[in-house]
Design a protein around this ligand. Structure first.
Ligand code: FES
Length: 134
């Protein structure tokens, strides 16, 4: 048997072993986020984060640049029913467009109907690279 045929057969064998493991709804095959911690970077040199008052959503986190130029990061999904919230630079807070819940700059609920706070994330700016992390 030549090398090419051997590798092809080994590859098919490995695939055959893996397929049954993902059948039948085994939890190991579900595409769920098993690591809810966050650690990623965004470029703030262009786009909405290049100017004070701008915001964007990345990796389930809303990142905002305040009117004073500092950065905020909280979970983007409203704790009421999951709608993505917006940043309000004039009030330095977050507002849900769906039912009007409001959260302060640290993610704490200030107006219902949401009753749970948003998860807050840390930020560190190095040059134009903003690291957002748990
Ligand atoms: S989904 Fe945000 S207030 Fe209802």
């Amino acid at each position: 048997m030549d090398r090419k045929k051997f590798l092809a057969q080994v590859g098919m064998g490995a695939a055959a072993l893996l397929v049954p493991a993902c059948m039948g709804g085994l939890s190991s095959c579900k595409k769920t986020d098993t690591n809810p911690t966050k650690d990623f970077t965004v470029d703030v040199s262009s786009g909405s984060l290049a100017t004070n008052g701008g915001f964007m959503v990345s990796n389930g986190v809303i990142i905002a640049r305040t009117n004073s130029g500092s950065f905020l990061a909280v979970a983007a999904a409203c704790t009421h029913e999951g709608t993505n919230i917006n940043y309000n630079p004039s009030g330095n807070n977050f507002i849900c467009p769906n039912h009007g819940a409001q959260f302060d700059s640290t993610g704490n609920v200030t107006q219902g109907p949401a009753s749970n706070n948003l998860t807050r994330y840390n930020t560190t700016l190095t040059g134009n690279s903003l690291r957002v992390f748990s």
